[in-house]
Design a binder for this molecule. Structure first.
Ligand code: G3I
Length: 405
């Protein structure tokens, strides 16, 4: 029977809407035809793709807001400690570790059969004051600082050994083009300034010595796509850096592309983002989207509830999430897609000055502050539900690189 075009379209549309849980599908799609569990994690598993979120561990135990932990458990198959595995939170006083909040998150993940991304062993932010002030006043010299870094990595990786799927070993070690007067990309931050760039290879080797199985990642933002491969191309600098690390026998397993996007910028399309991930994985590395959110400027009209200003931002956010999801699906070595918080009720964007003052950017996550799905959430569901062969294939597991030398 030849269906009229409009009838066919109607059936497809109803099927789509039914899948998204928006309206009951028409009778032609029996409930059994639709997956019972339409969570992000269930739809991600169609492709062997882990869907994750950064977790605010205070919100996770907030008895006045049980929805937060219900959503973390029901929607995601991997979790990342937003803050509680960072050095300032783990060792606020030299030699005294505060493991409990991170251990609580790991227990939650194990109970909910979720993987855990460890974040972060080495970063220039959220370092304990005793460390940074010791270096500043000269009481901690270069030799002791390197020993302290090795000790920190060894203690932390050993404590969590067997419970971490992927470690962000080194985070944001490279400048942005606008950060230097000549725009030339180079190494940046506390560790490069005090130890030189060799700390990066050291960190991976020390992490591998403490855990033979965890996948060890380099993690950074603004590496969503390659540029002109010139001196101001951050993505190309990171590509050359990880290629060199691997060639020297450093035990690196993957590159994490954070994916912090803002709708007021041009950003990239799915083909550009897919090409970048596939170029990193062509080095024999896994890839992952590790901190995805897509924020917007909260103009006075947006804050006043003007839908003519809210709608384009909501749609642009959904587009940006989808670009990165389609890129990840296109790369068989992209193992996970993690959002940096899943509700506007708990998003770092709301309390961070991103250049235009605190509280002037937002709308960055998948669910609104009342945990209601936004276009970005349903767009990711559709991407996961409708993707398939031949261009989207199941993930290829990554074997931990033992390293050499
Ligand atoms: O823990 C202290 C608390 O004791 C104090 O009372 C309170 C008052 O200021 O501050 C608390 O520390 C805050 C910390 O989050 C833990 O909640 C810091 O002020 C706050 O600046 C910090 O923000 C975090 C930010 O990293 C720090 O750079 C955000 O929550 C976190 O989402 C964000 O995450 C980073 C990734 O780790 C790396 N990639 C970029 C991403 C966004 O910046």
């Amino acid at each position: 029977m030849k269906l009229r075009r409009s009838t066919t379209a109607g059936i497809v549309a109803a099927a789509v809407l039914g899948l998204a849980g928006i309206v009951p599908a028409v009778a032609t799609l029996k409930p059994a035809d639709r997956p019972a569990d339409q969570s992000l994690k269930a739809l991600g598993m169609r492709h062997g793709l882990y869907i994750g979120t950064a977790v605010d561990t205070d919100a996770l135990v907030d008895e006045s807001d049980p929805t937060y932990r219900t959503k973390v458990a029901s929607e995601f198959s991997t979790v990342t400690a937003e803050n509680v595995m960072k050095w300032s939170e783990l060792e606020p006083t030299r030699g005294t570790y505060n493991w409990e909040p991170a251990d609580r998150l790991i227990a939650f993940a194990q109970k909910n059969r979720q993987q855990v991304r460890g974040h972060v062993l080495v970063w220039h932010n959220q370092l304990p004051e005793w460390l940074t002030e010791g270096v500043a006043d000269g009481s901690i010299d270069k030799e002791e600082l390197r020993a302290l870094l090795k000790n920190h990595i060894t203690n932390v990786v050993t404590h969590f050994r067997g419970k971490i799927w992927q470690w962000d070993v080194v985070n944001e070690a490279v400048t942005d083009p606008w950060a230097t007067s000549d725009g030339v990309i180079t190494y940046k931050g506390f560790w490069a300034e005090n130890l030189g760039p060799d700390y990066i290879a050291d960190a991976f080797r020390w992490a591998r010595a403490a855990d033979r199985k965890a996948l060890l990642f380099y993690n950074d933002y603004n590496i969503d796509a390659f540029g002109d491969e010139g001196p101001s191309d951050k993505t190309f600098f990171v590509y050359k850096m990880v290629k060199d690390l691997k060639a020297k026998g450093v035990p690196i397993d993957g590159v994490g592309s954070q994916g912090h996007l803002a709708t007021q910028y041009g950003n990239y399309d799915a083909l550009q983002a897919a090409a970048a991930l596939q170029r990193f994985s062509s080095l024999g590395l896994a890839t992952a989207l590790t901190e995805v959110d897509a924020r917007s400027q909260l103009t006075e009209q947006v804050k006043a509830g003007n839908s003519a200003e809210i709608n384009p931002r909501d749609q642009a956010s959904a587009y940006n999430y989808s670009v990165l999801m389609q890129a990840c699906l296109a790369d068989r070595h992209c193992l996970s897609y993690t959002v940096w918080g899943f509700t506007d009720k708990h998003s770092w964007v709301s309390y961070t000055d991103l250049g235009d003052g605190k509280g002037n950017e937002g709308m960055a996550t998948l669910l609104d502050e009342n945990y209601q799905p936004k276009k970005a959430y349903n767009t990711l569901k559709a991407d996961l539900a409708f993707a398939g062969g031949p261009l989207v294939q199941p993930r290829v597991p990554q074997r931990a690189n033992p390293g050499r030398g």
